[in-house]
Design a protein. Structure first.
Length: 128
């Protein structure tokens, strides 16, 4: 399998250590992974790379994850792009709003190990 046929994952999170850890986990699992550290850069990266999946934090500078998700759902090219939210927000209202925008999953970071997140990634990509 060459690099162009590997599923692409974009990780958008302002916490560099977490972002790089998930990037490493994805690469070790055989995916191509890219990182952005704020929502605005993440949207530009999505437009450039056309990923198969986005891992998205909500609380970020320059554009939060909800604004990114709303922008993705407005654009025809990314309307159906799978998005797995990885956040520390766990409020029911946040979850409902994100579900209405059509997310593939919602994980509170503190409740999942990186391995469990990777299992969710694999399940989402395996269902495409």
């Amino acid at each position: 399998m060459n690099i162009y046929s590997m599923p692409k994952i974009i990780i958008i999170d302002d916490e560099a250590m977490i972002t790089k850890m998930y990037e490493q986990k994805c690469v070790q699992a055989g995916y191509t992974a890219f990182c952005a550290f704020n929502g605005r850069d993440g949207l530009a990266l999505i437009a450039r790379e056309s990923p198969d999946l986005v891992l998205l934090d909500i609380l970020m500078p320059r554009m939060d994850g909800l604004a990114v998700l709303e922008a993705l759902r407005r654009a025809p090219a990314t309307k159906a792009l799978p998005v797995l939210l990885l956040t520390n927000l766990g409020h029911d209202d946040d979850i409902r709003h994100c579900e209405q925008l059509g997310i593939s999953g919602y994980c509170v970071k503190s409740k999942y190990t990186p391995e469990q997140i990777l299992e969710k990634v694999q399940a989402i990509l395996g269902s495409l």
